[in-house]
Structures are given as C-alpha cells and as structure tokens.
Design a protein around this ligand. Structure first.
Ligand code: C2O
Ligand code: CU
Length: 434
C-alpha cells in the first residue's frame, strides 16, 4: 500500500494486493526502464556507505538507526553514495526517497513506481552519485502521509569539493511531531556552537506538510541556496521572513554579531548563534517575505525555455468522485481524478514547460521527482532575479507558475503535492519518458 499506487487505488485498479508490495505488476500499462540500465556503475566502490535500519517504535513513531530525524547523511560532490535500507519491523513496508536529488529512476525509492516496498526482514541497496552540491533530505515513500509525519526522515547534505573552512555549516530539520514542532528533533530553542564573528550557513529543511516561515533576528542574511541550488548574487535581507514550502530547503547565510543571532524556524522552534538578541521572546514572524521571483541577479540558463518541445498544463482542482472505492471530494489534475490522470509524456532531451495553476481553495507545494525546474513566471509576471531552480514549489490559491526543465533523466517520475495527505487524496501525476 504505497500512497502513490496501492493506497490510492492503483493496486485495486490494476490488480495487485493492497497492503502488501505495491508491485510494478500491479500497475497496468506502466513500465519503467530496467534497474540495470540506471544504477550507478556496479564495479565502483562507494565513497559514502551507510546502513539505515528503520523501525516502528512502541509509541507509533518511526526511527532511522534509532533516531528521528535519522542520521545526517553527508557526501562530497561526485561521491558514490550507497545506503542499505533495512526494514526491521515496519509492517506495511517502507522505502527511502532522496528528496531533491536527481537520482536515476530505479534509486528514487517510490514504492509501487520504482520499486516494491521493502518488507520487514528485507533490505534494499540504494546507489547514486551525488552530482549536485546542496541541501536535501530523505524520507519514506510508502504510506508517506503517515510514515513521514511520524518521523521516517532525515537530512542529506552534499558539499562542494572546496568548502570554506571558516564557515559554520549547520543543518536545521524542521518537523512537527505529535508532541509539537522541533528543530533537529528538539523542541524550543536550540543553541548552535557558532561564535561571535563567525560566518554561518544554516541549511533549513522543511519536512512538514505546510509552509514554515523562517526569519533571522540580529543580523542581515542572504538566501544562499534554494532546494539545493545556489542563488546567483543573493541580496542582503533585513527584516523579511522566508517561506519554506513543504519539502523545500533554504540555506541562509549570515555573520554572527556581538549580540548573537536567532533564527526562528516555523514559529515555535528556533536556533540561536552566540546568544539570543531577542532575550528569548521572539515568536511573531515578520509579515513580509523574500520573493524569489525578483531575488538575486539573472544569469544565463544552459537551455532555452522559450521554444519548448513540450508545453504542459497542470491545473489543480477538486471534484466529487471515487478514489480507491471511496466517495468523496478529491483533488484533480486537469479535471481528472487519480489514477486516471494522463501521464505527461516526454522524450529524453526535450525542453519541457509546465503551467501549474491552482484552481482550488488550498495551497499546494508541488514536488517534481528526478528533475529541477526553473521558474519562468508567476501569474504572468516574469522572473527577473537569479535563476530560481526548485523541486518543491509552493503554488498558492489562484496562482499560476510557469516552470521549465530539460528532460534529462529517463524513467517514470512522480509529480505530486508534498502536503502528503493531499497526495494521498489524489494530487498526483506522473512524468514519463517514451
Ligand atoms: Cu519528498 Cu514524492 O516526495
Ligand atoms: Cu496540496
């Protein structure tokens, strides 16, 4: 019962058993490129090797090697990463998806699409080359609206070969557990070891289902990177918050002044750097936000999005119908209820554009697997700042975003809302290479 296929009706619809392996065989009419063609060179020795044992704990939460968030997985650009997933006792099975890393399709960890869910006592080895430096995360992609929310996730950082030795590099994983909002699994205000005068790169990962605003008190900051991609010539920001979409990441840069810096993360959790300039009181977010549409300086793209080979519309709505046999009001893509959403078909090398329109009464953080897309416009207003590369794009009520990417990663890819209950309720489509 992967949320994508079985749980959403695919196994019922395609003939596989719901609740067990959502197998490829269960997906009538679909195919993927064989694993052997897509995994990293089997003869190459891994540079980073880890075993991640996943457990469901007595309190219902999920852990990776005994903790949630799971361990920080760190690699250097170009490393071959090999992670062995061991399912200790997760009855409905589990997988690992490398959110934001454009891995080969067979390594994408989507149960029912790129692999079977890994059942208790089973293992699965993921191998991929970390060919983009940036901030990413991993999480289950099986019954993910439950497993992710209950903690089956962790951070993944790929650093460039040359790192700036003086910079304090920290990760802040925001997650709301049943007990409340946390940063790196701790509630309240967490102190960093950074010292006065040091430069900080804070890698914020939003693992929740909704936007988390983050804001910096005590120093100006820069948005160094978004969704694992550096911003070109980021402007200095003072007083504005940054809205991190569900699934999205932002790297914030600042220098710690004498009175310290406080970074509020989602409004309840915070991190302090050499003191708390608010005296421990700040809780209210500024009401203005950095707008990436005009942030930073333009730079050339390595492709021309003005003459796309494919030009798709992805319009999100809602209508009554049946999903997995259940009557209800379900999300639709171009008027179709899942799983009867036609696939977006591309050929390798195509320049692809999507106009994503939100014709519903709720915001949708849209996540495209296997690719990063650049934002061209919002509501007809062209992007004028740094190329805004994203894999997790918040599309607000009534908004239309035009995005573009090169179809350079063959396979069958999900394109879904990362408010995971929305995905469970049908906000899913697929991109497929012919
Ligand atoms: Cu982070 Cu399809 O998910
Ligand atoms: Cu949604």
């Amino acid at each position: 019962d992967s949320y994508d296929m079985a749980e959403m009706g695919y196994a019922d619809w395609g003939g596989g058993p719901v609740g067990e392996h959502a197998s490829m065989e269960g997906m009538a009419g679909m195919h993927t490129t064989p694993v052997s063609e897509l995994t990293a060179d089997p003869d190459r020795t891994a540079d980073v090797r880890a075993t991640f044992t996943v457990r469901r704990e007595d309190d219902g939460g999920y852990t990776v090697n005994g903790t949630s968030p799971g361990p920080l997985l760190e690699a250097t650009l170009g490393d071959l990463v090999e992670v062995t997933l061991v399912n200790d006792n997760v009855e409905e099975g589990t997988t690992l998806h490398w959110h934001g890393v454009d891995v080969p399709n067979a390594e994408d960890g989507v149960a029912g699409v790129t692999q079977d869910a890994v059942m208790p006592g089973e293992e699965f080895v993921y191998r991929f080359v970390a060919d983009q430096a940036g901030t990413f995360w991993y999480h289950s992609h099986q019954v993910s609206h439950e497993q992710v929310r209950q903690g089956l996730l962790g951070p993944l950082v790929v650093r460039p070969e040359q790192t700036d030795q003086g910079v304090v590099d920290e990760v802040a994983v925001i997650h709301q557990y049943d007990e409340g909002p946390t940063v790196n699994g701790e509630s309240g205000v967490v102190a960093s070891h950074a010292q006065v005068g040091q430069e900080v790169r804070l890698r914020v990962v939003n693992t929740d289902n909704g936007v988390n605003p983050v804001w910096v008190t005590g120093a100006p900051y820069r948005v160094l990177a978004v969704d694992g991609t550096d911003v070109n010539q980021p402007d200095e920001v003072t007083g504005d918050a940054y809205a991190v979409p569900a699934g999205g990441r932002v790297d914030l840069g600042f220098t710690v002044p004498r009175d310290g810096v406080r970074v509020d993360l989602g409004g309840s959790a915070a991190m302090t750097f050499a003191g708390d300039p608010t005296g421990g009181t700040q809780a209210i977010a500024p009401d203005s936000y950095v707008d990436l549409l005009s942030y930073g300086e333009p730079a050339d793209l390595d492709f021309d999005p003005t003459q796309p080979d494919r030009d798709f519309e992805y319009t999100i709505g809602k209508k009554p119908g049946f999903l997995d046999g259940m009557p209800g009001l379900w999300w639709t893509v171009n008027g179709h209820l899942y799983p009867d959403v036609p696939m977006f078909m591309v050929s390798e090398g195509d320049v692809v554009t999507f106009a994503i329109t939100n014709d519903s009464d709720d915001a949708h953080p849209m996540h495209l697997h296997g690719h990063h897309a650049v934002v061209l416009s919002r509501d007809g207003e062209p992007a004028t700042g740094s190329p805004w590369w994203t894999d997790s794009l918040e599309v607000g009520v009534g908004e239309t975003y035009e995005i573009a990417f090169v179809a350079d990663n063959p396979g069958l890819w999900m394109d879904h809302c990362h408010n995971l209950p929305h995905a469970q309720n049908g906000l899913v489509a697929h991109l497929m290479y012919d």
